[in-house]
Write a protein that binds this ligand. Structure first.
Ligand code: SF4
Ligand code: SF4
Length: 387
């Protein structure tokens, strides 16, 4: 990883009208080419946003064509592309990978998957204690990053907890679950800033090929931005992202803190856009009760994980009760028991056509069943609702 923050940065903005892969190669060229990023390293860690089992067409997760093009560029520089990412705390990694088809995609494109121990076992992780950190004073990153380059590939979208998520927030997905719990419990916004004192991606490429506004990051509205942004400085790229969606960066709590503590980064925009608004984003409504309820699950997790089986967390278990979370429900009066939803579901033992129940323990809330049902017999319950 870069050890110092660049004093100036180039932020490239390119449109995806001719295809995401073509735009990816172009935007990498516009920021100086992949060779200037790899600089002889043998490994490049690709850190996409795979927050949940919702495909890139929903604007929730990183586009596969983008990841494939980045992997090609990395390999052309003589380095090995390695994917490392853990979904949101309330989702299961293996089930999310199954729904998204990550194993197949990586196998077909010669990308190694690094499945680090999500609980932070010593073999996989090294500790960082960034100087100047205020809340997240120590945390862990995969040991492999000592030698590897880090290519951050977030999605440009809103976030019901952190208002927006782009480059700075995306690095959370390479921290072990106990560190992510600290971040939530002790203040997510300052923790994101502290995390970025220690993690400085060598390159950020933001996927705005679709993106989400409204109640992102999983069930927001598809934004259809058709744009990619790239740059070396995560804060500079995030500020540029805000510009093109008409959002004042200081309205995003972690960006406000970063700007107060580090100052406004100087950057120049290159590419096909001048940094003007492409689409005005609708930020998520400020639902304080929801934020408090989500936050409260993390302090509870400290005593919970002491008595629970290793790898079991209160957040995950609470979502599995079916009491919280956006989730599908079959309406008996409309259902013809055609079985289309069962075929559409990528996971086994979730939908029971005899009882018409969806098992909240095994359902990962991808909503593919809801989208596939020809009778519109599946409702989506929960906080945000799917569109
Ligand atoms: S796809 Fe719809 S109608 Fe068919 S079994 Fe599932 S819920 Fe019922
Ligand atoms: S039941 Fe529906 S929402 Fe749940 S995992 Fe299966 S397809 Fe996804």
């Amino acid at each position: 990883m870069l050890v110092t923050r660049p004093t100036t940065d180039t932020v490239a903005i390119t449109r995806t009208f001719d295809g995401v892969a073509e735009a990816t190669h172009r935007v990498i060229e516009q920021v100086g080419g992949m060779e200037s990023v790899i600089q002889g390293a043998k490994i490049a860690i690709l850190k996409p946003n795979l927050v949940a089992g919702r495909n890139a067409a929903s604007g929730s997760t990183t586009n596969f064509d983008l990841m494939k093009a980045v992997a090609e560029e990395v390999r052309a520089c003589g380095a090995e592309p390695v994917l490392c990412e853990t979904p949101g705390t309330e989702f299961d990694r293996d089930a999310t990978y199954t729904i998204l088809g990550i194993d197949k995609f990586c196998q077909e494109n010669n990308i190694r998957i690094l499945r680090v121990d999500p609980e932070g076992g010593e073999a996989d992780w090294m500790e960082l204690r960034p100087s100047g950190a205020k809340k997240l004073k120590r945390f862990h990153i995969p040991r492999i990053l000592k030698e590897a380059r880090l290519i951050n590939i977030p999605v440009l979208k809103t976030h019901v907890v952190s208002t927006m998520t782009m480059c700075m927030k995306n690095s959370m997905g390479i921290l072990p679950r106990p560190d992510r719990r600290h971040m939530h419990a002790f203040g997510i916004d300052q923790s994101i800033v502290d995390m970025n004192l220690g993690i400085k991606p060598d390159l950020n490429i933001v996927d705005g090929s679709v993106g989400q506004d409204g109640e992102g990051p999983v069930y927001g509205d598809k934004a259809d931005l058709q744009v990619l942004l790239a740059g070396r400085d995560a804060l500079a790229v995030d500020v540029a992202c805000c510009q093109i969606v008409g959002v004042e960066p200081r309205k995003i709590p972690h960006l406000k803190l970063a700007l107060e503590q580090w100052g406004m980064p100087w950057f120049q925009i290159v590419g096909e856009e001048d940094g003007g608004v492409i689409k005005q984003f609708r930020l998520p409504p400020d639902k304080s009760l929801y934020r408090f309820a989500f936050w409260a699950m993390f302090p509870i997790d400290y005593p919970f994980s002491l008595i629970a089986k290793r790898g079991t967390h209160f957040v995950t278990e609470f979502y599995k009760t079916g009491i919280v979370g956006t989730r599908p429900q079959i309406q008996e009066e409309k259902c013809t028991r055609c079985g289309v939803c069962v075929d559409a579901c990528p996971l086994p033992n979730v939908i029971d056509l005899t009882t018409l129940k969806i098992n909240p323990k095994t359902c990962e809330r991808c909503l593919l069943c809801y989208e596939a049902c020809p009778e519109k017999a599946i409702n989506v319950k929960g906080y945000s609702g799917a569109r």
